[in-house]
Write a protein of this length. Structure first.
Length: 408
């Protein structure tokens, strides 16, 4: 534990609470961990149509401890703005998150409060660095949830036509911005080792070596419901926000290419698709065994059901926080190599891994048809989560980094 509590501003691209997706969970876990280490944390966030700020739903202690403030940003895609960024050198992905009022709020806070460290949650908050530098000499740490341009690189590989060309252009601009921010921040904390390697390969040389570290997502595993861990699975579940391109792509592949194969072997089994912003074209179909429930009130309780969890991702970077939650719940999981990126898991020990339709079909069927193996896989997964995903330990890792910056 740090001998001297640090004063930290945490700038978030969406409200950490309510924790409706993996990014929110990652941010809230860090806040919780830092507060448990007796640091002072001020949370300032954007909120959007997709991620509204609802202060009335927040715990009073959390509001008091964080002094949370929120500023609205209209991040909806705008074709005119997108077209203008084809000509300019700016990244359209990042410009949507730059709000003049947010800059004014940051400046107002910094004129009255002192901070040792500013934590930028994701690349999307990097446009506020100039305003921060004008008013404080606090160290700036980018907490990289992903290598953002690589997500779009993976997604566009599956596309054709003009849309692919446009997204490839935006992806190249996003990469340029990602490289540029490495020269503007004092350190980078990634969520996965794979992302750490990319940032280290591209960071400017510094005296004293690299200032890119891996600090994976943390979770209060002890408190995660897992009453169903000993119950054999009887259905298949995918839970994830469906406004994220890799999720749409991965689930679309699973439903179209994998699920019919599974139903051939097990005609009565059902697939539940849960998550907010479900595409309107995805509807329940009893003949296909599809149960589309949309947004759920409590993701942790949804995982605490007798199900096989599937994470069929083929794009993205960072760490799959929903997969971490499923591990904590003791669920048997089938994923892809990309899906378990950022977590040092072993096929056949904590998860089953299949990168094509045949492999994924075989793994899902085995877990549904071999209850003893399915239960043991879930138990081993939760044991791994208890050992590797504790959020307090993650906060201590970040504290070590922050202390080294402040003392330098």
């Amino acid at each position: 534990m740090s001998t001297t509590p640090l004063r930290i501003m945490q700038l978030c691209h969406k409200p950490p609470r309510p924790s409706v997706d993996g990014g929110c969970l990652a941010m809230d876990s860090l806040t919780t961990g830092l507060l448990s280490e007796n640091h002072e944390v001020k949370v300032v966030c954007l909120h959007t149509h997709k991620h509204p700020f609802r202060v009335e739903t927040l715990d009073e202690t959390y509001v008091s401890n964080t002094g949370i403030e929120a500023v609205f940003a209209d991040t909806e895609l705008n074709l005119r703005d997108a077209a203008s960024h084809v000509i300019t050198g700016e990244s359209y992905h990042l410009s949507r998150f730059h709000v003049p009022r947010m800059e004014r709020v940051i400046e107002r806070i910094m004129r009255t409060e002192y901070f040792d460290v500013i934590v930028l949650e994701s690349l999307f908050m990097s446009s506020y660095i100039p305003a921060i530098r004008r008013l404080t000499d606090a160290d700036i740490v980018l907490r990289a949830h992903n290598v953002e341009h690589r997500i779009w690189e993976d997604v566009t590989n599956e596309m054709k036509g003009p849309k692919k060309w446009l997204l490839q252009l935006f992806q190249r601009k996003l990469r340029k911005a990602e490289l540029g921010v490495l020269r503007q921040v004092d350190a980078v904390a990634t969520i996965s080792q794979v992302d750490t390697l990319w940032f280290r390969d591209h960071e400017p040389s510094r005296d004293g070596g690299s200032r890119v570290v891996t600090i994976p997502f943390g979770l209060d595993v002890q408190q995660c419901p897992h009453q169903s861990m000993g119950t054999p699975p009887n259905h298949v579940l995918h839970l994830g926000a469906m406004d994220w391109a890799p999720n749409i792509q991965g689930v679309g592949w699973f439903v179209e290419d994998v699920w019919p194969r599974i139903r051939t072997h097990m005609p009565e089994v059902e697939l539940t698709l849960a998550g907010r912003n479900m595409p309107e074209s995805w509807v329940s179909d009893a003949n296909k065994g599809l149960n589309v429930v949309g947004e759920v009130e409590d993701a942790r309780s949804t995982y605490d059901t007798p199900c096989v969890v599937v994470v069929p991702l083929h794009a993205g970077s960072g760490m799959r926080i929903k997969l971490a939650e499923a591990l904590a719940a003791g669920r048997p999981i089938v994923t892809t190599t990309k899906g378990m990126e950022g977590l040092e898991l072993t096929h056949g020990e904590q998860v089953m891994v299949g990168d094509n339709a045949e492999e994924m079909t075989a793994h899902v069927c085995k877990l549904l048809q071999d209850p003893d193996f399915a239960v043991k896989l879930g138990v081993r997964g939760r044991d791994w989560a208890l050992e590797h995903l504790d959020h307090t330990a993650r906060a201590r890792q970040l504290t070590t980094l922050l202390d080294s910056l402040v003392d330098a």
